[in-house]
Design a protein around this ligand. Structure first.
Ligand SMILES: [Zn+2]
Length: 230
């Protein structure tokens, strides 16, 4: 009996190694990012592609507003879009960025038409996190969106070091300290499209918008893949 149990465990182990190996050995697009089944050369299998396409009946393509800046959100933060966001962020799956940007292809007419010359940029992540995960997911997503829209992509924001420990500051000083997380990377004279994965409270976006304006940006739009409830 013990031998059988061991064999079963061994089998499961080999299968899990097999799945891992398949992702390494097979060319890009062999394994679906959404469901893990074999795909047809695209990073999402036909069934998952269909799911992404038809989810637009479920309150997708939302337009929000942060201080007068239009914020375009492609999908609610659930199901497959949420899974893709997590795979890019935590699963270091760069292919997910392409799949998400691909959703722009069948956007409705009213949805996001950036002015010519618009530069796509992203929210710079903390350096430690980028090192740890070996992927700058914000940058990957912005690059994929820029490629999809035929626009230039470049870093317009820098994340400043927060050396002052938040805990030691009073409320007012804490707010001031947080305000200065981002700074413009250059003098900005072009329209800007700030891309992020998910819109939650909008606090980060708000801080980035302040920094972009400080750099001189006048025309700004924001695009996020998903919009969290609330
Ligand atoms: Zn699939």
């Amino acid at each position: 009996m013990r031998k059988e149990a061991l064999l079963r465990r061994g089998g499961a182990l080999i299968r899990s190694w097999g799945r891992g190996l398949a992702e390494i050995l097979y060319p890009e697009g062999a394994v679906c990012l959404g469901c893990g089944r074999l795909s047809d050369g695209e990073c999402l299998c036909p069934a998952c592609r269909e799911e992404l396409r038809y989810s637009d009946v479920l309150d997708s393509w939302q337009l929000r507003d942060i201080g007068g800046v239009p914020v375009w959100c492609m999908r609610p933060h659930r199901d497959l879009p949420r899974k893709l966001v997590l795979r890019l962020k935590h699963g270091t799956e760069a292919r997910a960025a392409k799949a998400m940007a691909g959703m722009l292809r069948d956007r409705p007419d009213y949805f996001l038409h950036p002015a010519p010359g618009t530069v796509v940029t992203w929210v710079p992540g903390p350096k430690g996190r980028i090192r740890e995960r070996c992927i700058d997911h914000g940058k990957r997503l912005a690059e994929a969106v820029a490629a999809e829209l035929g626009l230039e992509c470049r870093p317009l924001l820098i994340r400043k070091k927060n050396d002052r420990a938040q805990a030691r500051l009073n409320r007012e000083a804490r707010r001031e300290n947080l305000k200065k997380t981002f700074a413009p990377a250059e003098r900005i004279g072009c329209p800007v499209l700030l891309v992020d994965d998910v819109l939650t409270t909008g606090t980060t976006a708000r801080r980035c918008l302040e920094a972009l304006r400080e750099g001189g940006a006048e025309e700004i739009e924001v695009l996020t893949v998903t919009k969290a409830a609330g």
